[in-house]
Design a protein around this ligand. Structure first.
Ligand code: NCD
Ligand code: ZN
Length: 347
C-alpha cells in the first residue's frame, strides 16, 4: 500500500478550548503535529499573564510530542510589564482581535483605537505594538473589520494593517486564515517581504460560500472569515502552489458542540483537527502538488517563527476510510465522507 512520510505538521493557528472539550480535542493535534500555535480566545481570554499561566498548566498534560506555542490576547489594557511577562512565559505571538469580530472577541481592540494607530498620538496600542517589536513577538491578526458587509471585512482590515506595518517597520505580522484574493495580493507586496506572513486553513482551500449557503444551510462550514468566491479560493492556491515562503498552514480548527452550531444563532468555526493531514493530502494530490506539502505544513512556519525543525515525522497511507459523524460531541469537517488517505497512528 502506498505510504508517504513527511515532517509532522506545525499547526500555526488552532483553538484547543478548555476543560472537557480540551481533553477531547487535544489528542487530534497531538497525533500529527510537532508544534501548534494555540489561540487565546478562551473564556475568559488569555489576556493576563496569570490567566496564561493557568492555561499552560491545564494544556501541558495533554501533549507529549507536540510543542504548544503560546499566544496572548491584546487588549487596550495590555501593559509593557504584561508584554515582558508574556515573553518570559514563552509567548510567540500577540493576537489582535478587532472587538466583536468573532468567537470570544469581546474586549478586543476597538475600531476607534485601531483607526488611531500611528497617528502620532501617545496611544496605548502604539506603545504595545512597539514593545512587540522590542521583544520579538509576532503580531497575529484576525484580519476582519467588524461593521462592514461580511464579504468585505477582510479587505477592510488591510487598510489598517498597512498603516500598522508602515508605522512599525520592525513589526513581524501574521495575517490569519486569509480568504480573499485581496489578502493574498497584500501578502505578496514586496515592501513587506520578510515580515508579513499569512496562514491558510484546509477548509478555505476547499470551500466557497456556496458550500455554506448555496444549497441547504451548512452550519458546520460556517466560520470567520466566511469562505468566499471560487476566484478567492484560487488566489489562496496560487500562493500555496508557488511555495510562497511566508504562507503556511494554520488550521483554525475551532470546535463548537453540535448544539451550538445547529441552532438559530450558530457559532462560527470549522473543526478540522480530526482530519487535518488526511484532507491536506487529498487536496494537494488533486493539485498534483504532494511534494509541496512539507513547506506549507511545517517548514515555512518554522522559519518564520524561528523554531528549530522537529525530528518528528508522520506517515500517511493511501487507505479509504469514512470520517465519523461526531467526535466528542463535535461534528468534524468532512463528517460522513470517505477520504482516501489516513494517518498511521504511531504505536
Ligand atoms: C474561531 C473560534 O471559534 O474560536 N472561529 C472561527 O470561525 N474561525 C475564532 C476565529 O479564529 O475567528
Ligand atoms: Zn481562529
Amino acid at each position: 500500500m502506498e505510504e508517504i512520510r513527511i515532517p509532522a505538521l506545525l499547526d500555526a493557528h488552532v483553538h484547543l478550548r478548555q476543560g472537557r472539550l480540551l481533553t477531547a480535542v487535544a489528542p487530534y493535534t497531538e497525533r500529527c503535529c510537532s508544534a501548534a500555535v494555540l489561540m487565546p480566545n478562551t473564556d475568559p481570554p488569555l489576556d493576563t499573564p496569570e490567566r496564561l499561566e493557568a492555561y499552560q498548566a491545564e494544556v501541558r498534560g495533554h501533549f507529549k510530542h507536540c510543542q504548544p506555542l503560546w499566544t496572548f490576547k491584546l487588549t487596550e489594557k495590555t501593559s509593557l510589564a504584561d508584554v515582558v511577562h508574556f515573553k518570559k512565559l514563552g509567548c510567540v505571538a500577540a493576537k489582535l482581535y478587532p472587538e466583536g469580530v468573532t468567537t470570544n472577541s469581546a474586549g478586543g481592540i476597538s475600531l476607534d483605537v485601531l483607526g488611531n494607530v500611528g497617528k502620532g498620538r501617545d496611544m496605548p496600542l502604539d506603545r504595545t505594538l512597539q514593545s512587540l517589536c522590542d521583544y520579538s513577538i509576532v503580531l497575529s491578526c484576525h484580519g476582519e473589520l467588524p461593521g462592514l458587509f461580511c464579504l468585505d471585512r477582510e479587505a477592510g482590515f488591510l487598510y489598517h494593517l498597512g498603516r500598522i506595518m508602515h508605522r512599525f517597520a520592525a513589526l513581524r505580522v501574521v495575517l490569519e486564515h486569509i480568504s480573499t484574493r485581496k489578502a493574498a495580493e497584500f501578502v505578496t507586496l514586496r515592501g513587506y517581504a520578510n515580515r508579513l506572513a499569512a496562514t491558510i486553513t484546509a477548509h478555505h482551500l476547499l470551500l466557497t460560500l456556496d458550500d455554506v449557503l448555496g444549497d441547504k444551510l451548512a452550519p458546520h462550514h460556517f466560520c470567520k472569515p466566511v469562505a468566499k468566491r471560487p476566484d478567492d479560493r484560487e488566489a489562496l492556491w496560487e500562493l500555496v502552489l508557488q511555495g510562497h515562503p511566508n504562507v503556511f498552514l494554520g488550521s483554525d480548527s475551532a470546535p463548537h458542540l453540535r448544539g451550538d452550531k445547529e441552532c438559530a444563532a450558530g457559532c462560527a468555526g470549522v473543526f478540522t483537527a480530526p482530519v487535518l493531514p488526511e484532507v491536506l493530502f487529498e487536496l494537494f494530490e488533486q493539485r498534483q502538488a504532494l511534494d509541496l506539502i512539507p513547506r506549507f505544513t511545517s517548514q515555512n512556519a518554522q522559519r518564520f517563527y524561528g523554531l528549530t525543525p522537529s525530528e518528528r515525522t508522520i506517515t500517511v497511507l493511501r487507505h479509504g476510510w469514512t470520517v465519523p459523524k461526531e467526535c466528542a460531541g463535535v461534528v468534524p469537517f468532512r463528517s460522513g465522507d470517505v477520504l482516501s488517505w489516513r494517518l498511521v497512528t504511531p504505536a
